[in-house]
Design a protein around this ligand. Structure first.
Ligand code: NAP
Ligand code: ZN
Length: 350
């Protein structure tokens, strides 16, 4: 007998822009291909904040965010062979995709042509709206469950499921490694993982932050150089410098100024989701055969590859564990760039 439909504890936004409140949400009955996970920790991603503040369009409320989920398998459906109760597992930003379009077949489920089912705020196969990880348990198709390596604590692993893969994927795609100069713009949740991963890949890493306040941290995380973007001299000093820039900033910034810091053939990849479109001056790209690109999370196989890489290199996130009643305060601190470097909710406090 598998667990039937159940109500579980959660924290959810009752309406757009409103503080999150304790509530209960429904989890579906465990199907033949499903895994029931008891959630231990859920990271707070800036995307959670964009979503519940309505910056990414209207949502169904109440909505429980959370797509950096780490926990323990409690039960598996009859056809699941890849996981068993007691396994340490994670779930990231997506919980299903069509599985047969060319992007899914290529392992890019995040670009499913028939619509990726994201972990919260998406229409699930049964027509219900998906609810995220700020809750005590979740039922997920086994194909979207990841194994967490033994060497990483569950709390430190949770942010890897979004911040880790979102930065690992472009770093891997654009070949960050020895001999490559990589800049990371914005030292927040994504940015600090980008620094750790790029350094572990062997690249020479530079942080471009708004100020020098976090310089010591940046160096400890693996950066060789650290500059303040508020200092106009920075852009002159770094003209033509970088092979790859990963922009993790959650707000609109001057991308054209950054283009000038790219070397010939360099690429600026924006993973940050600024609320408004940013003007791009193509002539600055032409003047150096430069590219401007984007990237969204990463496929399931690559997410497992990232987790294994982080396990081998002992790379968990730098976290501040909070209780559920501190979620709204944590949102304010993320908005003020006062996060070192990811808030993680202890779901036992829900
Ligand atoms: P975060 O922890 O808030 O970090 C963002 C950092 O950007 C801040 O720490 C700050 O770094 C910098 N920043 C913030 N406001 C700024 C401003 N007005 N001007 C210049 N710099 C500013 O956020 P996060 O969770 O890392 O997420 C970053 C962005 O990526 C969000 O927009 C999120 O939605 C998006 N995202 C995208 C994907 C994807 O798949 N593409 C996945 C996850 C998240 P400094 O203090 O160092 O300047
Ligand atoms: Zn995220």
């Amino acid at each position: 007998m598998t667990t039937p439909l159940s109500s579980v504890k959660a924290y959810a936004a009752p309406a757009e822009g409103r503080p999150l409140v304790p509530t209960t949400i429904e989890r579906r009955a465990v199907g033949a291909n499903d895994v029931l996970i008891e959630i231990s920790y859920a990271g707070i991603c800036h995307s959670d904040i964009h979503t519940v503040r309505g910056e990414w369009g209207p949502q169904d409320y109440p909505l429980a965010p959370g797509h950096e989920i780490a926990g323990i398998v409690a039960e598996v459906g009859a056809d699941v062979t890849t996981f068993k109760p007691g396994d340490r597992v994670g779930v990231g930003c997506m919980v299903n995709s069509c599985g047969h379009c060319k992007n899914c077949r290529n392992g890019d489920q995040q670009y499913c042509l028939n619509g990726t089912v994201f972990t919260y705020g998406s229409t699930d196969r049964d027509g219900t709206t998906t609810q995220g990880g700020y809750s005590t348990s979740i039922v997920v198709d086994a194909g979207f469950v990841l194994a967490i390596p033994d060497g990483i604590g569950l709390a430190e692993a949770a942010p890897l499921l979004c911040a880790g893969i979102t930065t690992y994927s472009p770093l891997a795609h654009w070949n960050a490694g020895p001999g490559k100069k990589v800049a990371v713009v914005g030292l927040g949740g994504l940015g600090h993982m980008a620094v750790k991963i790029a350094a572990a890949l062997g690249a020479e890493v530079t942080v471009l932050s708004q100020s020098l306040k976090k310089q010591e941290d940046g160096k400890r995380l693996g950066a060789a150089h650290y500059y303040a973007t508020s200092d106009p001299g920075t852009f002159e000093q770094l003209a033509g410098e970088f092979d790859l820039i990963i922009n993790t900033v959650s707000a609109n910034i001057d991308l054209n100024a950054l283009f000038g810091t790219l070397a010939v053939n360099g690429t600026l990849v924006s993973v940050g989701a600024a609320p408004d479109p940013s003007p791009v001056d193509g002539s600055l790209l032409s003047a150096g055969r430069r590219s401007f690109a984007g990237s969204m999370i990463g496929g399931i196989a690559q997410t497992q590859e990232m987790l294994d890489f982080c396990g081998q290199h002992n790379l968990g996130a730098d976290i501040e564990v909070i209780s559920a009643d501190q979620i709204n305060e944590a949102y304010e601190r993320v908005l003020a760039s006062d996060v070192r470097y990811r808030f993680v909710i202890d779901t036992a406090t829900l």
